[in-house]
Design a protein around this ligand. Structure first.
Ligand SMILES: Cc1cc2nc3c(=O)[nH]c(=O)nc-3n(C[C@H](O)[C@H](O)[C@H](O)COP(=O)(O)OP(=O)(O)OC[C@H]3O[C@@H](n4cnc5c(N)ncnc54)[C@H](O)[C@@H]3O)c2cc1C
Length: 379
């Protein structure tokens, strides 16, 4: 791998930096986990999209810049360094879009991707169910054939931002009598405001209302909203999961920027000796993750699959994020514990990192079995 950037990549970085400098809101937007914040973040997506910065690696036909994976990583570094707002469109951009690129039809891509890029339609992920989280294949929500489409019935839960999102994508059981649970599932998209959908917020530690569970009662979905072949949903979903855990969900830019903020905080607190080592670990960890990710991206661009190595990424960033925020809260002392600061909100969110996108216990099993070749554990 060549560790130097090309002139074109440097020019791209400079262009992104200039744009962000001119456009990033000078006061932070309200939390995107609230209705007001969701609206403000949607407007920000529109602003990004107007100058084609919302999905830089996508083809230009759908609103991107054809910039590719390396420039996307560069853009993310600049984005977080500039302190730009969190991405309310993330589920759509990093999960559904790659699925449509790999398994959707051209008509679906042309219909779904441009309004996703512009923030006009914001997507929620409706995979988990009360009895189907880690063991996703045991899901029970079903889709039954009807004229011109399917009727969805069942319950989905833990759906990020679903209280305010427009549409959702998920897996449904279409063939109830298959010999194995991951057979007979179908991947489809549906409208969160369609008749038969009830969206109920789930209480969070910080009382923000965007997280939700979904109750579906014969919700109609037209055939054009099925992704891939009916019954093939598991295979399609696994490619989505690779994207979620692998390169696209958490880019190094986010952690490089957080580590720099931590350093600034530590300096502002008089550089206490007691936390020096942990701040240094945060700086080194962010840089190591950056190099690891560029190496994975290079292998991907050389035609290799990301594969089970994405589980290493996921365990690393989720545990790193908690350690970094714990250090920040220790530095802030009482202010960190009790005040509703940016750091405390991010800390609470970091706590969920080892759970969402597949728990770290499951990721460790994947690492043990598929990367290290250890025998299967007892389930
Ligand atoms: C903040 C947050 C956001 C989320 N957003 C979404 C979303 O947008 N859409 C969505 O569909 N889902 C979402 N989820 C759900 C998330 O994917 C699940 O919570 C996760 O997959 C775990 O499933 P579960 O909660 O059912 O726990 P369980 O699967 O019941 O697991 C409970 C515990 O048992 C362990 N365990 C289970 N099976 C095994 C095993 N075989 N070996 C070893 N340990 C095991 C787990 O690791 C965990 O520690 C979100 C969750 C959180 C916390």
């Amino acid at each position: 791998m060549d560790l130097a950037f090309t002139h074109e990549e440097d020019a791209f970085r400079a262009e992104a930096r200039t744009w962000l400098h001119a456009h990033v809101p000078s006061t932070p937007l309200p939390s995107l986990e609230t209705e007001e914040g969701f609206r403000a973040h949607r407007a920000w997506e529109t602003e990004l999209a107007a100058d084609r910065w919302s999905v830089v690696d996508w083809p230009s036909a759908y609103g991107g810049r054809d910039a590719g994976l390396i420039r996307w990583l560069i853009f993310e570094e600049e984005y977080y360094t500039a302190g730009a707002p969190g991405r309310v469109s993330q589920n759509g951009i990093s999960l559904l879009a790659p699925t449509l690129f790999d398994h959707g039809t051209e008509r679906q891509r042309a219909r779904v991707l441009p309004p996703m890029a512009s923030g006009e339609v914001i997507w929620a992920q409706a995979w988990s169910e009360p009895e189907a989280g880690s063991d996703l294949a045991s899901l029970k929500a079903r889709a039954v054939r009807t004229d011109g489409g399917w009727l969805l019935t069942g319950q989905k839960t833990w759906s990020s931002r679903a209280a305010f999102a427009d549409r959702a994508f998920g897996l449904f059981r279409t063939e109830p009598d298959t010999p194995k649970p991951h057979q007979g599932l179908t991947y489809l998209m549906f409208d969160l405001r369609a008749p038969g959908v009830t969206v109920r917020p789930i209480g969070r530690l910080d009382a923000k209302p965007a997280f939700a569970e979904l109750f579906l009662d014969e919700v109609f979905v037209p055939d054009e909203d099925v992704i891939g072949e009916p019954g093939q949903g598991w295979r399609i979903a696994m490619s989505t999961a690779g994207n979620e855990r692998g390169l696209k969900l958490r880019s190094p830019g986010r952690f490089l920027a957080s580590a720099d903020r931590l350093l600034t905080l530590w300096q502002a607190q008089g550089e206490p000796e007691s936390t020096k080592r942990r701040v240094a670990d945060a700086l080194i960890g962010a840089r190591a993750y950056q190099l690891f990710t560029y190496a994975a991206a290079s292998r991907f661009l050389d035609g290799q699959e990301i594969g089970p190595e994405s589980s290493l990424n996921k365990v690393f960033w989720s545990e790193y994020d908690i350690a970094l925020h714990e250090t920040a809260l220790d530095l802030l002392a009482e202010e960190g514990e009790f005040a509703d600061t940016d750091w405390s909100e991010r800390y609470v969110f970091a706590l969920a990192g080892p759970i969402y996108a597949g728990t770290n216990e499951i990721q460790r099993d994947i690492i043990a079995e598929r990367l290290l070749g250890l025998p299967k554990g007892r389930r």
